[in-house]
Design a protein around this ligand. Structure first.
Ligand SMILES: *Cc1c(COP(=O)(O)O)cnc(C)c1O
Length: 398
């Protein structure tokens, strides 16, 4: 069975050109960028090139606004912890109900251990942020607002440029977890008011364990990791040179493929989505149809268990996910779908298909063929589903 990978929001394949670019930095070019000799100099040149490539993808004004980190989670943690230290006297955070656990679990810990007040702004049934509630939550106590650019489960895009302006009106910093947006959406930071932005290499065809935090010039950053003077004292520790070189190359490729993301990849996603909804009854596309990542669809199949779908699809060589990778394993529906008040009987059967530029038409054909019998088989076993398609019990809401 030909393998079909449609779980690119969980992680992407490292692009072969990225691997090629990294290889010398495991062998001949093994120097430490801080060393005062030729071995160090060639490496620090490579770090500069990588920084400029990422700067171009983000539309950042200065290359030194980029701080390399160990991934999206570290960038998120650094941004929030720093803001609580630099925004003297302000001890509140404004965020959403649908953030990644890298933000939500950090906030929960800050609430419990440091008495930080956290406002979780709700979303509507389409996953759109309640901007009025956001505006009301901002105030003189807000240290930072942290709102993701695009949701990893549904692909819904938040209007972060506007939200950043509102945060500034309240004197707060604005951070965005843009891990799912970078490489998929055009980004122009120099013409925005965004102060801090997190991204992760492995979500855009670079390796795992490398990421970056954009810190606008003039925004103070307290390091989370203290030690040597790397990254202008903002992130200590000898640089992950191959990872940085790889992320730089991945950024260059992402910029070159941006158009494809919005045309070819979007068309594949749309064909899969329409095809599944046509072929299978009681299937609900969650997420905002008007403002969504071009690569993501999240479809809730009523009266079936997502885990069951995943197992049967896996047997057919198809890889996708139910909710987010971080929430699977528990039988609770994802926190994102609960926040959207997706009916309980549907939220349990939600499946996320996430594409990348590696996907082809045959991938869509294979899923369109495999999926209807999978759902039929599982519904035949479901106590909530009867043969004529009439539900036996009224759906309960979460
Ligand atoms: C994957 C992801 C992260 C975490 O990034 P890592 O590099 O895996 O730590 C954070 N936020 C979002 C939205 C993500 O999708």
């Amino acid at each position: 069975m030909r393998p079909v990978y449609l779980d690119n929001n969980a992680t992407t394949r490292v692009d072969p050109a990225v691997v090629q670019e990294m290889l010398p930095y495991f062998s001949e070019q093994f120097g430490n960028a801080s060393s005062m000799h030729a071995f160090g100099a060639s490496v620090s040149g490579a770090l500069k090139t990588a920084r400029e490539r990422l700067q171009a993808l983000l539309g950042a004004e200065f290359d030194h606004e980029i701080v390399w980190t160990g991934g999206g989670t570290e960038s998120d943690n650094t941004a929030l912890l720093s803001a609580l230290e630099t925004q003297g006297g302000r001890n509140e955070i404004v965020t959403t109900q649908v953030e990644h656990p890298a933000i939500l679990n950090l906030c929960e810990w800050l609430q419990k251990s440091r008495g930080i007040k956290v406002h979780h702004i709700p979303v509507d049934a389409r996953g759109r942020l309640d901007v009025e509630a956001y505006r009301r939550a901002l105030g003189p106590k807000t240290a930072i607002a942290s709102i993701m650019w695009a949701n990893n489960e549904t692909g819904t895009i938040f209007p972060v440029e506007t939200l950043a302006e509102l945060a500034h009106e309240a004197g707060a910093l604005f951070h965005t977890d843009a891990v799912q947006a970078v490489g998929k959406l055009p980004i122009d930071l120099k013409n925005s008011e965004i102060d801090l932005l997190s991204l992760s290499g492995h979500k855009l065809h670079a390796p795992k364990g490398i990421g970056a935090l954009y810190v606008r010039k003039g925004v103070r950053l307290r390091p989370m990791i203290r030690g040597g003077h790397q990254e202008r004292g903002r992130r200590a520790g000898t640089e992950n040179v191959p990872g940085i070189v790889g992320l730089g190359k991945a950024a260059e490729l992402a910029l070159a493929h941006m158009e494809e993301e919005n045309t070819r990849v979007r068309a594949l996603r749309d064909r899969l989505e329409k095809g599944l909804v046509q072929r299978i009854g009681n299937a609900i596309v969650t997420g905002d149809q008007d403002s969504r990542l071009p690569n993501t669809t999240n479809i809730a199949f009523e009266f079936v268990e997502g885990e069951g779908i995943l197992l049967l699809l896996n047997k057919a060589g198809i890889a996708c996910s139910s909710g987010s990778a971080c929430t699977s394993g528990s039988l609770e529906p994802s926190h994102v779908l609960r926040a959207m008040k997706v009916p309980y009987t549907a939220a349990h059967g939600a499946i996320r298909f996430s594409f990348s530029r590696d996907n082809v038409e045959e991938d869509v054909d294979q899923v369109l063929e495999a999926m209807p019998p999978v759902i039929e088989k599982l519904r035949a076993l479901s106590p909530f589903w009867s043969k004529n398609g009439q539900t036996q019990f009224a759906p309960s809401y979460v």
